[in-house]
Design a protein around this ligand. Sequence first.
Ligand code: FRU
Length: 513
Amino acid sequence: MTGVPLCAAGAVLDTPQWRPALHYSPQRNWMNDPNGLVYYKGIYHLFYQYNPSANVWGNMSWGHATSRDLLHWTEQPVALAANHTEEVFSGSIVLDADNTSGLGTAAKPPLVALYTSAYKAGSGHMPGVQAQSLAWSTDAGETWHRYAHNPVLTLDPESKQFRDPKVSWYAPGGYWLMCAVVADANVVKFYRSNNLIDWTFLSDFTLPDVPHHGALWEMPDLFPLALDGNPANKKWVMLVNVNPWSIAGGSGAMYFVGDFDGTRFVPLNVAPAGSNPARFQWLDHGADYYAAGTFSNAPGDKIVAVGWMSNWDYANDVPTSPWRGAMALPRELSLATVDGSPQLVFGPVRSYASLVEQSPATRLGTIDVVWSTRTLPATTNGVIQDIELTIEPGDASRAGLVVRGSPDGKTGTRIFYDTRAQTLTVDRSHAAHTSFSPAFSPQHIVNLPLHDGRLHLHIVVDRASVEVFVDRGRYVITDAIFPRLTDNRVSLFAEGGDATFRDVVVTDLSHSH
Ligand code: FRU
C-alpha cells in the first residue's frame, strides 16, 4: 500500500488526487454533518459542521456553501462561528414565510436556524451542556443574528446530550414541529411551536429494548412521503443516525417507516429485541454515509437527502489535506412497497442525470466474460465517471467489476455479486491507500436475492469515493476510497464460471466540473 507523502516536519502534503469533483468539500479544514439544508429563491443552501481553523474536529461552527443544481457548489463565508460561550453544533433551517417568529417582516420573511449551543465555561451553563438556540437571517442566509434570549429550549435538568434540532412545518396541524435527540438515551423528542421560539413537548420516540446500548442517536429527521406515488397514502419516515452500530460498522443512517398523528411517531415494523443491524432499514449499506438529513422547502415537495461521506470510526484520520470531509451526492428519496413492505428508494438528484446525458459515453453493449478478468477499452479510463450495467452472474460464483483499478490489475475497488451467498459486496481492501486507520473497514455487503437472474448497478465514481445504486435504487453502498491518480481502469470479472454484462455504459464526467 502506498503511503501519503509526508514533508520533513511530518505535515501531510496537499492531496489534490482525492479532491472530490462531483461532491462538495470545503477548500480547507474539517467538515462533518450537513446542517440547515434549505432551498430559497432558486438556491440550495448547504450549511455544515465546520472547524474554521484546523483539519480535525473542533471549534464547531457552521460553514456554508450554495448551489443552483446540487452539484456545483460555491463556498461562502462561515455563517455561525463558535464564540467564547458556545460551539455551534448541528441543526436545521426553515423559511418562516409568514414571519411567525416576528424576527423579519412580511416583506422580508426570515430564514430561521435552530442549532445546538454546546456551552463553554463562563456561559452561565455548565460546560458541555447542550441546548437549542435560534439565529435568523433576512438577507437570504448571508448574515446571521443570534437571538438575544437563547437558548430557546433546554432540558430540566440540563443535559450534555440534547442536540440536533430538525424543524419542519406540520401542515395538518398548522404548527412548527421539532425533533431533537437525547443522544445517549436513544430517544427522539418531539416539540411544537407557533413562533419557532416557544416550544412545547409532544412525545418521545424510542425503541422497546433498544438493541444498541452505548450507541448514540444523532441527527433525527421526520418527513412524509407518498407510498408507491399515491398522495392519498402518505407514510412518515423517521431518520435516526446511529453511532456506532451501523450495518457497515461505525456510524450510519437508520430509518423507520410509520405514522405520525401530529404528536407521536409510531413505526409500522420494528425488528424484535435482540435483532442485529441487518434486521433494520438503512439509508446506505456502505461505511461512509452519516448524519443524513433532508432539504427544507425543496421545489415540488421533493425529499432530497444529503449525508456526510465519512464515518466517526476513522473520520479524523482520513488522509486528505488541506481539507477533511465531503458530502455524498444529494439523493432524491421515494417510498415504494418492496417484497410487501414500504422501503425507501434512492436516486441521484435529477440534475445529475442531465450531467451524465451531456457527457461523453462509451457504450459497450453486451460483454460475456468467461471465467476471467476483462479490462475495458481505454476510452473508459477515468477517475470521475458514471457507470451503468446489468450483471447476469450466470454460473459464475462471483461476477462484478473493478473501478479505480491500477494498470497492473493489483489494486482497485471490487463490486461483485456472490451467487451462493446472494450478496452484493463493495470491497475496498485493495483500493490503494487503506492503512491510515485500523478501523477503515474492508467490505460492505447487501443481502439481495436476484430477480430474473440479473442485477442492475449504477455507480458514481469520484476521486475519493464510490456510490453504488443497486437494483434501481433499492439500496445504496457509499464508500470512501483513496486510490492513486493512475488507478483509472475499469474491468469486468467472472470467477468460477461465466457471466454476462449487459448495457454496459461508462460516462466520462471529468469535464463536468
Ligand atoms: C453527529 C454529531 C452531532 C453533533 C455534531 C457535532 O455527527 O455528533 O450529534 O451535533 O456531530 O459536530
